[in-house]
Write a protein of this length. Structure first.
Length: 255
């Protein structure tokens, strides 16, 4: 099977000691494509270096993570915009809103997301959205920006069936990761009602490792655990789920 990890921070410091081995482990279990979201100016060099080392497997995005939005976010977004005009990227991202750690930057995060939504449309790229404790606020901004050309994915989706329907109505996909394997992750209430055409698989490594590795460093080689859980909940053959989600990723990111 050919699997696509649609959201993986394989360039992160947590892989410094064994990054080549982690990449090889992923390929050994069929993860042939890895899409890497940017965080901020500090992650660009490592991300692009890994992409250069594995150009047939690793594909970079360009964006500003909401947790990296500070008073200087406009300066950071000038750099994002410059990179988007300099070379191809798979997507704008990861962008979004996060009110889990800090609610005092909501206005700045909203403005940063508005700008990145416009960048995605201008460059005809999908946008990869991070939303934590801010789903309604994120959807409102996406709805306002949606002119029929905006596309993308709500990554690490763990919301309700109603929220899943909102995402789909916006023309966006749902990124399903390790949370789907958690006992109280909620996937058993959401996934059985969804069509494969709306789904991507992801690890979000090094975070949110699936069971039985929960609490450990996550890595792309664990993606089959997510695959089999999704297949179980959908009542589908894993090969069918792998083929559909890989096709969805190829179409969204133009891989």
């Amino acid at each position: 099977m050919h699997l696509t990890d649609s959201h993986a921070h394989l360039y992160a410091e947590q892989f410094k000691r064994d990054r080549p081995e982690a990449l090889r482990r992923a390929q050994d279990v069929g993860v042939r494509t890895i899409v890497m979201p940017n965080i901020d100016h500090s992650s660009i060099d490592a991300m692009l270096e890994l992409e250069a080392q594995a150009p047939e497997t690793c594909f970079a995005m360009m964006g500003l993570h909401p947790c990296s939005v500070t008073r200087r976010f406009e300066q950071d977004l000038y750099e994002v915009e410059a990179w988007l005009g300099r070379r191809p990227f798979a997507a704008v991202g990861e962008a979004g809103l996060d009110l889990h750690w800090d609610k005092t930057r909501l206005a700045e995060q909203q403005e940063a997301l508005k700008i990145q939504l416009e960048l995605a449309k201008r460059h005809q790229l999908p946008i990869v959205l991070h939303t934590r404790e801010a789903f309604a606020e994120t959807v409102a901004l996406v709805e306002a920006a949606q002119d029929g050309t905006l596309r993308g994915v709500f990554h690490c989706f763990s919301g309700t069936p109603q929220e899943a329907e909102q995402v789909i109505k916006l023309g966006f996909l749902l990124g399903i990761g390790g949370v789907a394997t958690f006992k109280n992750g909620g996937a058993d209430e959401v996934l059985p009602g969804l069509d494969l055409q709306h789904l991507l698989l992801e690890t979000d490594c090094p975070y949110l490792a699936p069971v039985p590795h929960r609490g450990q460093r996550n890595e792309p080689a664990y993606l089959p655990l997510v695959l089999h859980r999704v297949a179980e909940l959908l009542g589908k053959d894993p090969a069918e789920v792998a083929a559909a989600t890989t096709r969805n990723a190829a179409e969204l990111f133009k891989l």
